[in-house]
Design a binder for this molecule. Sequence first.
Ligand SMILES: Nc1ncnc2c1ncn2[C@@H]1O[C@H](COP(=O)(O)OP(=O)(O)OP(=O)(O)O)[C@@H](O)[C@H]1O
Ligand SMILES: [Mg+2]
Length: 153
Amino acid sequence: MLLCGLPGAGKTTLAKRLVQELSAVRLCPDEWLAGMGLDLFDNEARERVERCLWQHAQALLAAGAVVILENGFWERTERDEKRLLARAAGAAVELHHLQVPIEELERRIALRNDEPGSAVLTAELLRSCHDQFEPPTQGELDLFDAPLFDDRS
Ligand SMILES: Nc1ncnc2c1ncn2[C@@H]1O[C@H](COP(=O)(O)OP(=O)(O)OP(=O)(O)O)[C@@H](O)[C@H]1O
Ligand SMILES: [Mg+2]
């Protein structure tokens, strides 16, 4: 299952709920980067961690687990790649787009920035993420499998 959305969209919050509801395994690159003492804004380190987690996801899928990837998946090419590879390995693949207006993202990130120990994301950087984000179209969403859960709740 791919969770697609900008910082603050609620990917981690939803994923934690689904871990309970679906007995799924959640793989969150941010947490692994932080756990290894790496900088969340080091893109090279992020790519390496995401590659490792993808290897791990494939092993978990092969063992029959439901796997949730929280990478954000801003680009269509990343989503296409994961869909095709997971399908080729025999897994169903869902894409969930957490769509939240930029003003609400700004509000949530400002609150999170104030929490002690949180990695601060500036409003400028959030805007630039927003500009880079390629939202999935209905045509793209239709290429994925039907959801195992009701994502309106
Ligand atoms: N549906 C929601 N309504 C209101 N606030 C929410 C909702 N979902 C998450 N939040 C709040 O927004 C903040 C960001 O949520 P969360 O950490 O789940 O986002 P994220 O998509 O994982 O962000 P990031 O990409 O930065 O990891 C948290 O403080 C969370 O409590
Ligand atoms: Mg998160």
